[in-house]
Ligand binder design. Structure first.
Ligand SMILES: [Mn+2]
Length: 328
């Protein structure tokens, strides 16, 4: 399957250190600089769906700034995520802060255009509202999607303050619209913010199975990853990672922090067991830099995005495609 392609990797300028110059994601080329992007990293600076602390609109720039230290070689996978596939930074979606429905339309049309151009999307949020238009765009091409959702919260709630679309409802709306493959949706890291047990039952009705944060205390990573793999199956998967899945000590810069979360190491350990997953799109969301300290959250998010890109590369055009990519 390997064909000679002119893939443009990270910036290589001996006179310009990693900390200097304009920060594209991982110092990768901009979309305009490549013939074709297998994966487009796109910022979505939108946080009007936030229910508590605002500020995730500044997430994309913060994540890019903290992605300067991402290097070409992935030591665990023994792969080159930016050589196995062309990854490019598509910039930010031009989306205003007023009117959630309008914003969702704008995000959807921009992302759908990128997908039509043949790119898979990895979005940098933004609050979790943005997952809805991203799921709409991905499902339009791939059909109902398995979802791997890392989050402290369910995000399958109905309305809040009269709003149907907000950062706690993307997966409920997506389920109602037939965008999800109900047998293959998995939460990981669930813990906080529930009014009663009926919300957990409701979440199961929407189609999600949960691995709770506290399960990391007594289960092995292998057992958790096994469950995730079995649940997701071999179809197209959308990966959505809310940075608040991490403990606030590991990611303080977020809008709705919840204590007793998982560590960055646990998150990566699970992700690294998921080689061969057919990832057709994803997001890393809810990075709110105003509450960050020393770039901890920005670093966590940048490296999380890189872990997802590494998985995408392993299944991507020059990857091993062991995930059953035959229909693609
Ligand atoms: Mn969320």
């Amino acid at each position: 399957m390997t064909t000679e392609r002119n893939i443009i990797g990270q910036r290589e300028d001996p006179d310009l250190p990693r900390y200097a110059g304009i920060a594209t994601f991982a110092l990768l080329p901009r979309l305009e600089e490549v013939d074709h992007a297998d994966v487009a990293v796109v910022g979505i600076p939108f946080d009007s769906g936030t229910s508590f602390r605002p500020g995730a609109r500044f997430g994309p720039a913060h994540i890019r700034e903290h992605s300067r230290q991402l290097h070409p070689y992935h030591q665990f996978h023994e792969s080159f995520p930016f050589r196995d596939q062309q990854v490019a930074d598509a910039g930010d979606v031009g989306v205003g802060p007023y009117g959630i429905e309008q914003a969702v339309e704008e995000i959807h049309s921009t992302v759908a255009r990128l997908i039509e151009g043949g790119s898979r999307i990895l979005a940098l949020g933004g609050d979790h509202t943005i997952a809805l238009p991203l799921l709409r765009a991905a499902a339009a091409v791939h059909g109902p999607l398995a979802v791997l959702h890392f989050d402290a919260h369910l995000d399958t709630w109905d309305t809040l303050h009269g709003a149907a679309i907000w950062h706690g409802s993307p997966f409920r709306r997506a389920a109602e619209e037939g965008l999800l493959d109900f047998e293959h949706c998995q939460h990981v890291g669930i813990r906080g913010g529930v009014y009663g047990p009926d919300e957990l039952a409701d979440d199961r009705r929407v189609g999600f199975e949960s691995i709770r944060s506290e399960e990391f205390q007594h289960r092995s990573i292998e057992s958790i990853a096994d469950q995730v793999r079995r649940r997701l199956g071999s179809g197209p998967v959308y990966v959505s990672i809310d940075i608040d899945v991490l403990d606030p000590s590991q990611a303080p810069g977020t809008g709705t922090p919840e204590v007793a979360g998982i560590t960055t190491r646990e998150l990566f350990a699970v992700l690294r067991q998921l080689r061969g997953l057919r990832i057709v799109g994803g997001d890393v969301v809810e990075v709110a830099p105003a509450y960050d300290h020393a770039g901890i959250t920005g670093l966590a998010a940048a490296h999380t995005a890189w872990e997802v890109l590494a998985l995408m590369g392993l299944w991507g055009p020059a990857g091993d495609r062991s995930g059953g990519a035959a229909q693609e």
